[in-house]
Write a protein that binds this ligand. Structure first.
Ligand SMILES: *Cc1c(COP(=O)(O)O)cnc(C)c1O
Length: 405
């Protein structure tokens, strides 16, 4: 299997990009879907912003280094990765905060309807944000399983809010079909692209999506707590009621006027002062992912996960795969159900294979295509086989649940 992995690496058109990332020696990193790896160019880019723009430029850098436009500039770099026009995306806030702004804005556009429809088991923050709006009396939450989603699109639904690639299973929604169904029912659509952006092709304009948000620290490699991004289709820019009317979303922040007047374009999604250091790191990651190209990343992601399954059966393992078995219909990950998934995950980490555990019984392995080698995949499968076949995961030290995992 190692020979076959080496041959696949030799033929991999993306092989050179691994060298553009800092990865610790002896580690197989299968958690780039949770925190992307560090691009080698990031420390120098950040040092330049810190030392020159902040250190020397001080307050002047808002103009001289164009800090004001940085959220829009980084957004414009993310836009082609999600099939949007450059003026439809802005880098700002977190996914959670962007969800709050976008759900509210969508509800305001559908007077007489107040239901936000989503699925149970969606990423917790997505559900919590609807719940928070419900507590304010602004929204009604309706969660239905995905096979009942079409019927649930009644005439009280203002917004269909879904996550494209499920964080736990990697299952994908058909964005075109769901968006069309929602529109046919008179509702708007908000897509969470956290587990898609930078790994899977997404065509927001092509599917006619209304709103979207996505994560900067996963496949975009923007660093821990990197700013997220928000997308609003151009047709909604004119009368958008974004509730977090902070001064950075004002048409003229430095007029210091008492009246709020929303900026005309995507800048109206901003709330407070842009996090310049976070944006500087995110920009490097977004540039690198754009340079590699989403279609090539997706092709490699599929090949990596298919090869992992091939290795696993080569070792005679029979695992309970909860991700879709067809790589065209899953995100860049494989999730396996195992009653001792936590201990299994810890035993793998002890061997230098970093994946993650998702409560209660899921071992989740992410395949960040920009920097993983087929050799890493073969190694990870070999370790998994050894850990299972020797019963190594049953050691006491792997069973204790840490507070933060
Ligand atoms: C990672 C992730 C988030 C993260 O939200 P933050 O507010 O940026 O921490 C949200 N939704 C989904 C589906 C995610 O996978």
């Amino acid at each position: 299997m190692i020979d076959r992995a080496k041959a696949l690496d030799a033929a991999d058109p993306l092989a050179e990009y691994r060298g553009r990332f800092t990865l610790p020696e002896g580690i197989v990193y299968l958690d780039g879907n949770s925190l992307g790896a560090l691009p080698k160019a990031t420390p120098a880019a950040m040092a330049r912003v810190v030392e020159q723009e902040w250190g020397d430029g001080l307050i002047r850098s808002w103009n001289d280094a164009d800090w004001f436009a940085m959220g829009a500039r980084v957004g414009a770099k993310i836009a082609p990765l999600v099939g949007a026009q450059s003026h439809e995306v802005i880098a700002c806030d977190t996914v959670s905060v962007n969800l709050f702004k976008l759900i509210s804005a969508a509800l305001a556009k559908r007077p007489g309807r107040n239901v936000t429809l989503s699925e149970p088991g969606n990423f917790p923050t997505d559900i919590y944000m609807i719940e928070g709006l419900e507590r304010q009396g602004l929204a009604v939450q309706r969660l239905v399983p995905r096979d009942e989603m079409f019927e649930a699109l009644g005439d009280d639904v203002a917004l269909l809010m879904l996550t494209h690639a499920h964080y736990k299973t990697g299952e994908l929604f058909d964005m075109a079909a769901m968006t069309k169904a929602a529109h046919d029912a008179g509702a708007l659509v908000l897509w969470d692209l956290s587990h898609s952006t930078g790994a899977l092709p997404v065509d927001l304009n092509g599917v006619n999506a209304d709103f979207a948000t996505g994560c900067g620290y996963k496949y975009l490699n923007g660093g821990p707590g990197a700013p997220a991004f928000a997308y609003v289709a151009e047709r909604h820019h004119d009368d958008l009621a974004q509730p977090l009317t902070g001064w950075f979303g004002h048409a003229r922040p430095f007029a210091f006027s008492d009246e709020y007047e929303a900026a005309p374009g995507i800048e109206q999604l901003q709330c407070g002062t842009s996090p310049i250091l976070g944006l500087a790191a995110l920009e490097v990651g977004a540039d690198l992912i754009a340079e590699i190209g989403v279609d090539r990343l997706h092709a490699k992601s599929r090949a990596l996960s298919e090869f992992f399954l091939e290795c696993v059966s080569g070792h005679g393992l029979e695992l309970d795969l909860v991700s879709p078995s067809d790589s065209r219909t899953r995100g860049s990950q494989l999730s396996f159900r195992h009653e001792n998934a936590y201990a299994l995950c810890q035993a793998l980490i002890a061997r230098g294979v970093i994946g993650d555990f998702r409560d209660p019984d899921i071992l989740r392995l992410g395949f960040a295509p920009a920097y993983l080698r087929f050799e890493d995949i073969a190694e990870a499968a070999r370790h998994l086989a050894e850990v299972l076949q020797t019963g190594e995961w049953q050691r006491d030290e792997f069973k204790k649940m840490a507070a933060v995992t």
